[in-house]
Design a protein around this ligand. Structure first.
Ligand SMILES: [Zn+2]
Length: 326
């Protein structure tokens, strides 16, 4: 769960970053070159934490550089050698800022329960330095494959299964959050569809196998999920933690009072190599791990769709959520 304090903290950080850009520009800078401790050995991390609005003043172009090159520049400057850089930046700002979610369904078969939903998804958008294979084509592949498995097995889910592939996740969960506002809750007012979604399952932590699930402090759901993992113990998936995890689209559902979950995954080289970097390409996908994940997701979605009751919920706490750009 994202607390109000955490949001305020992040808003403060982002505002200072935006202010720093303005000050750099005023002081005569023409671009900002950044690097980081993971931009080494051929990996360059490319990301920005600032959401963008068309009505804010344009600031400086930003360039990501490998740490080794940055260190060399620093050493040259320190030893009194002038450093000249030529940057060829072809970026442009598009006035079209609308994003689009992709949504599909398998209609439920029970006359009474088919108006209820089980949802699953991941985000389609990615960063620019590579094709976004692990962040988050991996999650989209798994969710699509889970739906294909359910469809091809003709399992006849009782509730309707709805897959959603979100846009704008990297700018602040914009696609899923807006979906939640349109369908489930806006301005603290809960809408009728909110009561009809049993659960939302999300995958967005790279290519690794599913090892468990975070329940986001939902204690009552723990024994249910533990039971659902039993057939997958021999595939290495069993952990049900009541802990929270953040930074992805299940939070939009959690915010709206709908059980929303991200699975626990093997980290592989997600944080150390591929996340938001020029290495986030197809070669870093572990296809067998993705197959394992798709099987488990399909099972959880199916179990949710045929269970007599909706999954148990936490009490809804109406809190402001997410930042809306600056
Ligand atoms: Zn992601």
């Amino acid at each position: 769960m994202v607390s109000r304090e955490m949001i305020q903290q992040y808003v403060g950080i982002f505002k200072s970053m935006a202010r720093a850009d303005v000050l750099f520009k005023q002081s005569g800078a023409v671009a900002i070159i950044s690097t980081g401790s993971t931009s080494i050995n051929g990996t360059v991390v490319v990301q920005s934490f600032n959401a963008y609005k068309l009505n804010i003043p344009e600031t400086l172009p930003k360039v990501s550089m490998a740490a080794e090159d940055c260190q060399k520049i620093k050493r040259l400057i320190k030893s009194g050698h002038p450093v000249e850089l030529e940057l060829n930046i072809q970026g442009k700002i598009s006035p079209e800022t609308k994003g689009y979610n992709v949504v599909g369904e398998i209609t439920g078969t029970d006359p009474k329960l088919k108006s209820q939903l089980v949802m699953l998804g991941g985000h389609l958008d990615s960063w620019s330095a590579a094709t976004g294979a692990t962040d988050n084509a991996a999650g989209c592949i798994v969710m699509l494959e889970a739906v294909r498995l359910l469809d091809s097995l003709h399992l006849k889910p009782k509730r309707t299964i709805r897959i959603a592939l979100w846009s704008g996740e990297e700018q602040g969960l914009l696609g899923s959050f807006n979906y939640a506002k349109i369908h489930f809750m806006d301005n603290g007012k809960v809408k009728p569809e909110q009561a009809k979604v049993s659960a939302y399952y999300n995958l967005d932590n790279g290519t690794g196998k599913i090892r468990g699930i975070y329940t986001q402090n939902n204690e009552t759901i723990k024994p249910i999920f533990e039971q659902w993992f039993v057939p997958f113990h021999d595939m290495g998936a069993a952990a049900v933690t009541t802990k929270n995890t953040g930074s992805t689209d299940h939070l939009s559902f959690d915010w709206a009072g709908i059980p929303g979950f991200q699975f626990v995954q093997d980290p592989i080289d997600y944080e150390t190599r591929t996340h938001h970097s020029n290495q986030d390409n197809y070669d870093h996908l572990q296809i067998d791990d993705l197959k394992q994940a798709a099987i488990i997701v399909a099972s959880f979605v199916y179990q949710s769709s045929v269970r007599p009751a909706l999954l148990p919920r936490k009490p809804l706490v109406v809190e402001p959520f997410a930042f809306d750009g600056f």
